[in-house]
Design a protein around this ligand. Structure first.
Ligand code: RBF
Length: 354
């Protein structure tokens, strides 16, 4: 079973490099080389990154793989294997379980709010296994460390820019009937209880009459459905959509550019995806989080059992406002209002969520 998903797995570039190094160490003939290889062996660690989905099209997963890989590449003897778990969510737990059962990995790294429950269940069966989970939360299991983001801040900033751009696009609708859109891959507690209400609250801080047209693709890959949903929303009078739908985002962007509508991007800087169409990027620095937490693990200081939350003040959530494509796409008046909001969040003057 394990070999089955090894075939599907994506090998990080330096995995091969590390294998070569280890093999070279084993074959060392003189004592100096043997000492080096023994020193490296002491610190050797095998890390597996389990991607619950696929990397391509999902900014959070691109950042996850990049961050872990970078931390490992800085330390000799550390090998990283990146495995894509695919879109059948029923397979994730058996797959993570098989990774733990193999006993091959010192650490399993993964990300999304459904992983803590899966890791908890696997941990009950394989209590030696350690987990580093981002974008999710569980407290008190001494084998699991989690870090999640203040997504109230992230989504509030997205709603604020979406509302400002909407008002500028449709002045005739500004009087009490304004709407912004959100296309999600699926419904889940962080979406329904945090991202969606925070997005609405951000828009309503601009104008209390804003509502959200919320649509769900039903998976994280179907760009055709993403495009159809977005086109329907644009026909219904929505001018700006926030898309959080993995590979389906591509369809939303395509439909927006055909309709002359706009998109707000989430998680990474998306201005370059369709310059002029993407008018906001509310980001989280999961690459930095993955890098720093993997480093802590390798240094032996990752506080397993704890659940940390980071936001704008910690430098892990942000709105990208210095990108030339943002500056070109959005008027100075709107950018100044958005900048003022960001200043207030950064300074602690405006406290959002958590
Ligand atoms: N986000 C993605 O970008 N791509 C995915 O494939 C993806 N799959 C998810 C699966 C589940 C079960 C859940 C709960 C969330 C998923 N997310 C995915 C959303 C992700 O965790 C995060 O909420 C968003 O990226 C917004 O930061």
């Amino acid at each position: 079973m394990v070999s089955g998903f090894f075939r599907k797995g994506v090998f990080a570039g330096f995995w091969l490099f590390s294998v070569v190094l280890v093999l070279a160490g084993c074959g060392a003939k003189n004592s100096q080389k043997r000492e080096v290889s023994e020193a490296a062996a002491d610190k050797s660690k095998n890390i597996v990154v389990f991607i619950p989905g696929v990397i391509s099209g999902s900014p959070v997963y691109e950042m996850l793989a990049a961050g872990v890989t970078r931390a490992a590449s800085e330390q000799p003897g550390v090998m990283v294997l990146v495995i894509e778990g695919g879109f059948n969510q029923a397979e994730w737990e058996p797959r993570v379980s098989a990774l733990a059962a193999s006993g091959m990995y010192d650490l399993i790294v993964s990300s999304n709010p459904s992983l803590p429950a899966i890791a908890q269940s696997v941990s009950d069966k394989f209590p030696e296994q350690k987990f580093l989970l981002l974008d999710g939360e569980i407290l008190g299991n001494p084998h699991i460390y989690t870090l999640r983001y203040n997504q109230w801040e992230q989504a509030f900033m997205a709603g604020h820019i979406a509302a400002l751009v909407t008002l500028a696009m449709s002045a005739e609708e500004a009087a009490g009937r304004s709407r912004i859109g959100l296309v999600a891959g699926q419904e889940y507690p962080a979406m329904n209880n945090t991202i969606l209400p925070a997005y609405l609250a951000g828009a309503q801080s601009v104008d209390p009459s804003f509502t959200v047209d919320f649509r769900v693709v039903g998976n994280w890959f179907d760009a055709g459905t993403g495009a159809n949903l977005a086109a329907d929303m644009f026909r219904g009078g929505t001018s700006v959509i926030l898309c959080i739908a993995g590979g389906a985002n591509e369809g939303v962007v395509q439909a927006a550019s055909e309709a002359g509508a706009k998109v707000v991007w989430f998680d990474t800087n998306g201005y370059g995806i369709r310059p002029g169409t993407v008018v906001g990027s509310s980001v989280l620095y999961q690459d930095k989080a993955a890098y720093e937490q993997t480093k802590r693990y390798l240094e032996g200081t990752l506080p397993f059992g704890q659940a940390e939350i980071v936001g704008v003040a910690d430098g892990f959530v942000d709105f990208v406002e210095d990108d030339p494509q943002y500056i070109a796409a959005v008027s100075p008046e709107i950018r100044e209002k958005q900048a003022e909001l960001i200043r207030r969040i950064r300074s602690g003057d405006l406290h959002l969520g958590e």
